[in-house]
Design a binder for this molecule. Structure first.
Ligand code: URA
Length: 446
């Protein structure tokens, strides 16, 4: 087999077989196939899409480059959750311990921030000492004993995804439903949960902004999960403005802890509840949404969720005292004010622009090898629908570099739009998709 011929075959719109896809994925993971050929193949897939069979073969090939964990020793039904990526999206930090406290173990395999979106691993690593790289035995033991463990894709777990995702990020091939679905599912299936809840983001700051593309991605994720014997639900949620007030790793951890203590912003709690209820239903401890919400509320009110978070942090080597004292998290030197450039109501707070500005500040990375600065980020004091006056402080940029900080102050103000009348605010949770529709060809939506 020659990679050249397979690139040409896909470029010409023909279907690749299981052996051909596995040849490319294995060859790229081992280093036998160079970046430039894989990049060409990814672009051909981006433009031509993939048949249902091709997506299944790609997922399987990526999954098979690593180990599959056996969670049977946990002894209970396990449920994981995955977001397709957003800005200020710290839901995993809140929902995983809450669901664990409500009786469903959560073996969570998470990603890093890339481009304008944040990643759970980067957020957790802002806690001094926290390890996101666990051995399979450690991971399974923590899921069994604590109810929750969060780790990253690694050389042992779906290594193909680590390499392919980094290459997609620099070759403009991220926003492709078959590539997104196989990337997510190869990791998730490797970690071995019984069921999965997907948070499929749509809107300005989502990887696939259009609602219809989000629906198609949700169907595809559900369908791959079901074909692999997992129960699933996808929740379609809006990502037009950042979720919550905090964007930036340590700031988001502090906001997540606040939420676990019963505070925190309403939008963060709303998405947490929407996903958490589905996790409890799939995990078999709740029969319906009402019962699930009650259990989650109890886990919040009793402090059970906070306790699960604290134990997870301690077990994964982190400073558990951050739960009491968020000043133990990394702090930046400078706090710069963002002032409203207008009077009126905020009608837009563009999540893509805010995410890009925060990445520029150092909270995210433009290549997988970049170091993130855990302390920096933005605190959005006003959100869409809020009335503001000219020169009122609407946000704070937390920075370690004055010039970059001032640049981001400008970008955040530019991410906002205003009107004289109060805008209608779209609902955050759009739909629940729990059946898998058929796909002839899963192509990019644009
Ligand atoms: N999240 C992933 O894990 N992979 C993608 O391709 C996009 C979002």
């Amino acid at each position: 087999m020659r990679v050249y011929d397979l690139i040409a075959k896909k470029r010409d719109g023909k279907e690749l077989g299981a052996k051909e896809i596995a040849f490319c994925v294995d060859g790229y993971t081992s280093g036998a196939i160079p970046d430039y050929q894989m990049a060409a193949l990814l672009m051909a897939i981006y433009l031509r899409g993939m048949s249902w069979n091709e997506v299944c073969h790609l997922t399987e090939a990526m999954l098979s480059t690593g180990q599959r964990l056996d969670l049977s020793s946990v002894g209970r039904m396990t449920v994981d959750k995955h977001s397709t990526g957003g800005v200020g999206d710290k839901v995993s930090l809140v929902v995983a311990p809450l669901v664990a406290a409500a009786g469903v173990p959560v073996p969570m395999l998470s990603g890093r921030g890339l481009g304008h979106t944040g990643g759970t691993l980067d957020k957790l690593e802002s806690i001094p000492g926290f390890r996101t790289s666990l051995t399979p035995d450690e991971f399974i033991r923590n899921v069994r004993e604590v109810g929750v463990a969060i780790m990253g894709q690694s050389e042992r777990i779906a290594p193909a995804d680590g390499k392919l995702y980094a290459l997609r990020d620099v070759t403009a091939t991220v926003s492709s439903p078959p590539l997104i679905a196989s990337s997510i599912m190869s990791k998730k299936l490797a970690a071995g949960p019984d069921a999965l809840v997907f948070d499929v983001k749509v809107g300005l700051g989502a990887v696939l902004p259009e609602v219809e593309d989000g629906r198609r991605l949700a169907d595809l994720l559900n369908r791959i999960a079901e074909a692999n014997g997992r129960r699933t639900v996808a929740v379609l949620t809006r990502m037009d403005q950042p979720l919550g007030q905090a964007v930036g790793n340590a700031l988001e951890v502090a906001e997540a802890i606040d939420c676990l203590k019963g505070g925190g912003p309403a939008d963060l709690l709303e998405v947490t509840m929407a996903l958490g209820t589905q996790m409890l239903i799939l995990g078999g401890v709740a029969e319906d949404t009402q019962q699930a919400r009650r259990l989650l509320q109890e886990a919040l009110d009793s402090g059970g969720g906070l306790e699960a978070f604290r134990t997870m942090v301690q077990r994964q080597g982190g400073d558990e005292m951050v739960v009491e004292d968020s000043d133990r998290l990394p702090r930046a030197r400078l706090k710069l004010e963002v002032k409203s450039p207008a009077d009126g109501y905020i009608t837009m707070l563009d999540a893509l622009k805010v995410g890009r500005a925060c990445a520029r500040l150092g909270a995210g990375r433009s290549a997988l090898t970049d170091q993130v600065d855990p302390a920096v980020g933005v605190c959005l004091l006003k959100k869409v629908g809020d009335p503001v006056s000219r020169d009122e402080v609407v946000g704070l940029v937390v920075a370690n570099d004055e010039d970059r900080g001032q640049e981001v102050v400008k970008h955040i103000a530019e991410a906002m739009a205003f009107s004289e009348s109060r805008p209608a605010v779209d609902p955050l949770v759009l739909d629940l998709i729990d059946t898998a529709a058929g796909h002839e060809n899963c192509k990019t939506g644009d």
